[in-house]
Design a protein around this ligand. Structure first.
Ligand code: CAA
Length: 284
């Protein structure tokens, strides 16, 4: 495959912004797209603040920071950023929305372009099936916060070609990440393991086994996790946690993945974790 030098990132939220930043830091030209100018600008602002911190810490010069920002091109219309070698889609975790985006990208992007999704659990093979290039569709699942976490799950859809897989693996390495090959099954590996743990922590609260702070302390001090599972759930977003559990529950059909009713209640109440100001903890 030709060298990957130009990337479109669809979605300028927490994940999309992080992916765009790391790609631009590794020398790629990056187009960052979201559905309104305000959302793209917010994404770029977050990147700018992250880079400022790197400069303050002496890890990057002001010139390097400017170079990274100059390589990021904010766009609102997909067609303005579609002439690229690879797209990494990091839009909202909704299969219908993502299918629509993949259909559009398939129409707009050059025939050789790879279409990757950062989905945390939705089926790559189903996204591939709405395009005329299923062999060039792949999963590229980054972890949050993207600039810090080393892992990328590279997910092969049913039809993904070997040279496409190899190119994406190499790109992940170029971005300073460690790629791991994963096949396309619900939740892949990271979330198939992480989410049942988070769900079990929520059941501990629901059944009155322990208070949220105590559940988290047990896992931080007893299992050396950097964050307790409930703090992590707030950080991921409780709506995202619920969506991933639904995918595991429905896709694997095992009651062990049944989302805890307390999680559902919080999501229905609009308590979505850090981003909404309240989840298992308050963020004022
Ligand atoms: N963006 C960029 N850098 C960040 C950051 C962010 N959002 N948050 C923290 N950092 C950086 C800090 O700048 C700091 O950098 P230096 O060491 O270079 O100074 C470093 O990370 C450590 O930060 P802090 O000292 O402030 O805090 P910490 O030691 O608690 O680390 C953490 C923060 C890295 C997030 C850590 O708590 C952690 O590892 N948490 C667990 C993260 C995790 O499990 N992520 C996976 C989530 S699941 C997922 O992503 C998959 C999915 O599909 C749902």
């Amino acid at each position: 495959m030709a060298n990957i030098g130009r990337m479109l990132v669809v979605g300028a939220g927490q994940m999309g912004g992080g992916i765009a930043q790391v790609a631009a830091q590794s020398g790629l030209e990056v187009w960052l797209q979201d559905i309104s100018e305000a959302l793209v600008e917010k994404g770029v602002e977050r990147i700018r603040a992250n880079l400022d911190r790197q400069v303050e810490k002496g890890r990057m010069t002001a010139d390097q920071r400017q170079g990274v920002l100059d390589r990021i091109h904010p766009v609102v219309r997909l067609e303005d950023g579609a002439q690229v070698d690879i797209v990494v889609e990091a839009a909202t975790e909704n299969l219908t929305i993502k299918k629509g985006i993949f259909e559009t990208l398939d129409r707009l992007c050059p025939p050789g372009a790879i279409l990757a999704s950062n989905t945390s659990s939705l089926p790559i093979t189903e996204l591939a099936a709405v395009t005329k290039r299923p062999e060039q569709v792949i999963g590229m699942h980054f972890m949050n916060p993207v600039p810090v976490m080393k892992l990328v799950e590279v997910i092969r859809g049913l039809a993904t070609r070997d040279d496409v897989f190899a190119a994406v693996k190499e790109l992940a390495e170029q971005m300073g990440k460690v790629p791991v090959e994963v096949n396309d099954y619900p939740g892949f590996v990271a979330n198939r393991i992480l989410l049942p743990m988070i769900n079990e922590a929520i059941y501990c609260v629901y059944e009155g086994v322990a208070a949220p702070e105590d559940v988290d302390t047990v896992m931080k001090l007893g299992a050396n996790h950097p964050m307790g599972p409930l703090q992590l759930a707030d950080f991921i977003g409780l709506d995202t946690c619920l969506a991933i559990l639904e995918v595991l529950h429905e896709g694997l059909g095992d009651p062990k993945y049944r989302p805890c009713p307390l999680l559902r209640k919080y999501v229905n109440a609009g308590w979505l974790g850090k981003k909404s100001g309240r989840g298992f903890y308050r963020y004022d």
